[in-house]
Design a protein around this ligand. Structure first.
Ligand code: FPP
Length: 251
């Protein structure tokens, strides 16, 4: 796989995305098709993270944002929510050392206040430990929803206005984007959704304004490093225009 990464790096060089977002869908179906409880699908999904993070990091992708738990996922049966939180605890307890050694910088997207205290403490500790790292920016969306994020941003901006720190006329697109949970990260270039569905499910809606979208049929636990590399090749062939015209001579 290392040689595949080097090959893709040589081949795509400057056409790699700076920031990739992933909606990791399909864990439940992966488990059900094998006659296993859904929680084991989430475990298999968690195990896939290592490879995807390593490939991203080795290729020099600057930021990777993963949708782990949405504001809507609370509606799932309590035993599934508990299983997910158990996995988050395990992940942020056991994997952080290796991520730190690889200079990965962890940041959470979403509202951490509503999380169980032990999970909140574990994710905050992971952020703190890795805060000065200069490698891949790994963003994990937990209790995240794009509309709730927009509300938080608007509230923060309104608060600054009330305090006299800014005037409404000075609020521009850059100010709004800077107040989102992703403030300071590179523009989202590529948004991947596994599991065959073609929707955004309240993930990074404003950030995705100009992102290329790739929908993959593979269920998340089956989204191999090789499939990820082929998705990046697909992205590199897209003609990104950001609302402008195609370059001269192109159809
Ligand atoms: C969607 O699959 C996936 C989730 C709701 C959870 C995503 C979580 C992980 C991959 C695991 C852990 C992440 C971290 C950061 C440790 P689904 O259950 O909706 O699948 P289905 O559509 O087949 O039912």
């Amino acid at each position: 796989m290392q040689s595949d990464v080097e090959k893709v790096n040589r081949e795509l060089g400057g056409r790699l995305p700076k920031h990739v977002g992933i909606i990791m869908d399909g864990n439940g179906r992966w488990a059900t098709r094998r006659g296993l409880p859904r929680a084991l699908g989430h475990r298999a999904g968690t195990e896939r993270l290592r490879g995807i993070i390593r490939v991203s990091s080795d290729l020099g992708i600057q930021a990777l944002s993963l949708y782990a738990f949405s504001t809507e996922n609370w509606k799932r049966p309590k035993n599934e929510v508990d299983a997910l939180f158990g996995l988050f605890m395990e992940y942020f307890t056991n994997e952080v050392e290796a991520l730190h050694a690889n200079r990965v910088r962890i940041r959470m997207l979403g509202d951490m206040e509503a999380l169980p205290g032990n999970v909140r403490a574990a994710v905050r500790a992971a952020e703190k430990k890795t805060a000065k790292n200069d490698g891949l920016r790994l963003n994990v969306a937990l209790n995240y929803g794009a509309r709730a994020e927009a509300v938080r941003a608007v509230r923060a901006i309104a608060q600054e206005a009330v305090m006299g720190a800014l005037i409404p006329e000075s609020i521009d697109e850059a100010a709004l984007m800077a107040h989102l949970d992703t403030g300071g990260l590179p523009e989202l270039d590529l948004l991947i959704r596994t599991g065959g569905e073609q929707r955004l499910s309240n993930f990074l809606l404003l950030q995705a304004a100009y992102a290329e979208l790739v929908f993959v049929d593979a269920l998340w636990p089956d989204f191999s490093d090789a499939l990820y590399l082929s998705t990046l090749r697909d992205y590199a062939q897209r003609n990104r225009r950001f609302g402008g015209l195609k370059p001269d001579g192109e159809e």
